[in-house]
Design a protein around this ligand. Structure first.
Ligand SMILES: Cc1ncc(COP(=O)(O)O)c(C=O)c1O
Length: 401
């Protein structure tokens, strides 16, 4: 079949591909340890599930307003105002089918062909593909492993050109598991403030999963010039263990939200209607204790997996301070070596493939994240898995020739 040029140009999501492959191996009875999935290994807190079940039971099964119910949008606005110091109402909010869809609708609503996405690397795999679908081009700004993958204000200033339209800030970050300090973000905000055509997409979806001494601050609140030029993204997926529910939020200027509403109205319409009453329940401070339980556990796992990775000769890896990922540089440890089948490893993709085949451990290669010397491991998996997986990785690396 003759496919569109648009779809032919898309790279399939490598994170979903690894997860699917390790799930298929598990289903075939193979004992695989998966570090691929970017989702909490917890169940959704009970009161959130109960709210959706009640709404379903009560017959909330009809079309809703495209952007979400008035109550759900108001709940998002209240959360942003009380937790992050925003000054928004429900009219500044649109609810979409997960954070991924929120970002996609925003890219399609704001980018014209030829507009440029400024993308600090490493980055989450979908940003460049979504920007390209909107006709945009991508300019990467390379972060360094020695600086926890963070870009500097000087790098940003140098990268901004006449076509630059959107800068993505994703802190805490997928895939790096690191985050900017408030002062570092403020310094970047000062640069953005000088360029009135530049918008910022602040992807805050890991805002509650923070482990170091730095406090999370939302980009739009950092500089008076930025509230109108920052579009903020959040979702229920990671914080509340709700990846399968598909609930994402965009918080932005009202004219943008209206445009996104029009686009989404021709695309998906509202998210599942009986999920909407669960939004306010999730965002209520009553769920803070459940979120904290998960955060404390992720913090422990992050420290542990980091220690174990550093014990492998040649591996370089910043300490995770947010989200639930580590992104070690494995180039010195494995590139140029030969695996048990006599295959030379020269890339992260080659390493990930060989590791899955010979050690039955699934990690995501860094190429599609803009980090070709790295692999991503998610520590949203139990301590036992972390230890068994790292035992296998250690033994595999030791056996390389
Ligand atoms: C940085 C980042 N943004 C957005 C998303 C999308 O989240 P959702 O699962 O709600 O679509 C993800 C998911 O992995 C992510 O890591």
């Amino acid at each position: 079949m003759q496919l569109s040029e648009r779809v032919k140009a898309i790279k399939p999501s490598s994170t979903l591909a690894v997860t699917a492959k390790s799930k298929a191996m598990k289903a075939a009875g193979i004992d695989v340890i998966g570090f691929g999935a970017g989702e909490p290994d917890y169940d959704t807190p009970k009161p959130i599930k109960a709210a959706a079940a009640k709404a379903l039971e009560e017959g909330k099964t009809k079309y809703e307003a495209t952007a979400g119910s008035v109550e759900a949008r108001a709940a998002v606005a209240k959360y942003m105002n009380t937790r992050h110091g925003f000054n928004v109402t429900g009219d500044n909010v649109i609810i979409s089918v997960g954070g991924k869809h929120s970002l996609y609708v925003a890219f399609m609503s704001l980018m014209n062909p030829g507009d440029e996405l400024l993308l600090p690397a490493p980055y989450w795999v979908s940003y460049p593909e979504q920007a390209k679908l909107a006709g945009g081009t991508v300019k990467e700004i390379p972060g360094s492993v020695d600086n926890d993958f963070k870009i500097t204000p000087a790098q940003l200033e140098k990268a901004i050109g006449p076509k630059s339209r959107v800068l993505v800030i994703n802190s805490p970050s997928n895939p790096t598991g690191t985050m900017y300090s408030p002062a570092e973000l403020k310094a970047l905000a000062e640069v953005v403030a000088k360029h009135p055509n530049l918008l910022v997409f602040a992807d805050d979806i890991y805002e509650r999963l923070v482990y170091g001494s730095d406090k999370f601050v939302s980009f739009s609140t950092l500089h008076p010039a930025l509230a109108e030029r920052t579009v903020t993204f959040n979702c229920l997926s990671k914080t509340y263990a709700m990846t399968g529910w598909r609930v994402g939020f965009t918080i932005g200027p009202k004219d943008l939200i209206k445009a996104m509403d029009a686009l989404q109205g021709q695309m998906t319409s509202n998210i599942t209607s009986f999920v909407l009453p669960a939004v306010a329940v999730a965002l209520d401070p009553a769920q803070d204790a459940a979120v904290e339980t998960m955060r404390v556990e992720f913090d422990k796992r992050g420290k542990h997996i980091h220690q174990r990775l550093l014990a492998i000769p040649g591996v370089k890896c910043p300490k995770p301070t947010g989200a639930f990922y580590v992104f070690p540089d494995v180039s010195k440890a494995v590139f140029g070596k030969t695996d048990p089948a006599g295959k030379r490893i020269t890339t992260a993709a080659g390493f990930a493939e060989s590791l899955l085949e010979h050690a039955k451990v699934a990690v995501v290669p860094g190429e599609d994240f803009g980090g070709p010397n790295h692999v991503r491991l998610s520590f949203a998996t139990g301590m036992k898995n972390i230890d068994s997986g790292l035992d296998r990785i250690e033994a595999y690396v030791k056996a390389l020739k």
